[in-house]
Design a protein around this ligand. Sequence first.
Ligand SMILES: [Zn+2]
Ligand SMILES: [Zn+2]
Length: 161
Amino acid sequence: MQQNTSELTSQAETLFRSYMKAEGLRCTSERIDVLQEIYRADTHLDADEIYVRLRQQGTGISRATVYHTLDLLFRINLVTRIDLGHHHTHYEKTLGVANHLHIVCQRCGKVSEAASGQLAGMVESLSAEKGFTLGSFSLQVFGECRDKEACAGRAAGSAAD
Ligand SMILES: [Zn+2]
Ligand SMILES: [Zn+2]
C-alpha cells in the first residue's frame, strides 16, 4: 500500500516548495523539517508530537511554526486531518497512502485502519455530484474493542491525552 518513504518524502517536498514559491512564501528549513517528520512517520501524529520530535532532534522550531506548516500542508493535500476523539487534531501524510477508514476504540484509544476502496469511490462520486473536486479525505468511526480484556489492559496502560 505504501511506496518507498524517501521517494515520497522528496516528492512531497518538491510539491511543497513549488506551492510556497507560487504563493510567495518562504520555504524555510523548519517547514521542510515538519514535512519530513510527518512523511517519515508511519502513524498519526498530533502537532505537539511533531513539535517534541523536532525539538529532540535539536531544532529550534516553535509550536506556531509547526501549526502553521501543518495548515499549509493540509491546504495542498499533502497531509490530512483526523479526529481520533482526543479533542485535538491528528495529521497523516497523504502521498502514497490510499484513503482509508480509522476504527477507533473509545475506551482504550486503539486505532485500526481499514482499506476503503469502495467507500473512496462513493465519496468521490458524491463530491463530484455536489460540484467538488475531492482532495484528501479521512473517515473515522468510533466504537469499542470486542476483546474486553486486551482493551482494559490498554486503557489502564495508556497515558491520558
Ligand atoms: Zn490512517
Ligand atoms: Zn479498546
